[in-house]
Design a binder for this molecule. Sequence first.
Ligand code: FE
Length: 192
Amino acid sequence: MQTQQLEGKMGRFIQKLNDLVDNTGDEARLLESGGEYLAELIAEDDWLPESCTVPHPEYYQQYLLYSDPQDRFSVVSFVWGPGQKTPVHDHTVWGLIGMLRGGEIETSYELKSDQLVAGERHSLRPGDVGKVSPTIGDVHQVANAFEDQVSISIHVYGADIGKVKRHVYTETGETKEFISGYTNTELPDFAA
Ligand code: FE
C-alpha cells in the first residue's frame, strides 16, 4: 500500500479535520469548524499538486486528495473545464465546497411532493465556502461559472464519497442511484 506524504498546508488541514472528527459527530459543529479550516486552506492557492488540476475536455474531474482510513471524511479536488456542470444530485452526508480557482454557480433544489423545485443560486469565488447536508439542504447542481476558463474547488465530505450510494435527479423527475468515482488511482503527495 502506498504511503502518502502529508505535509505543509494540506497536512495541517488533515490533522485539524482528524482532531475534529475525533471530538464530535455533531453535523453543525463539523460544518462550522470544518468550514473554517477549509477557508484557511483555500485562502492561498499554492499547495495543490499540478497532477490534481488537470481538466478533461468532456467531463469534470474528481481527484481524491485524502481519504480517512476509517472513512469518516474525504477531500476531493473538483476540476471544471469551461462550461462543465454536474447533474442535480444529493450527497447524503455533510459536505463543504471551498472555491480555490475561478468560480462556480451553485443552484439549490428542493423536493416538493416529488417535484424538483429550483431554489437559491449562489456564486462562489476564490476563498468562498459552501455547505450541504441532509439537514441544511442536500440537493444541488454545480456549474463552472466560466465558459472560457478552468475552475477548481476543494470538497470535503463526511465519508469516503467514492463509496457512498447517492442520487441524481433527471429533468424528467426520475431519481437514479449513483456512486461517484475518482479520476486518479494514486494519491498525491503534499510536501512542506
Ligand atoms: Fe455536490
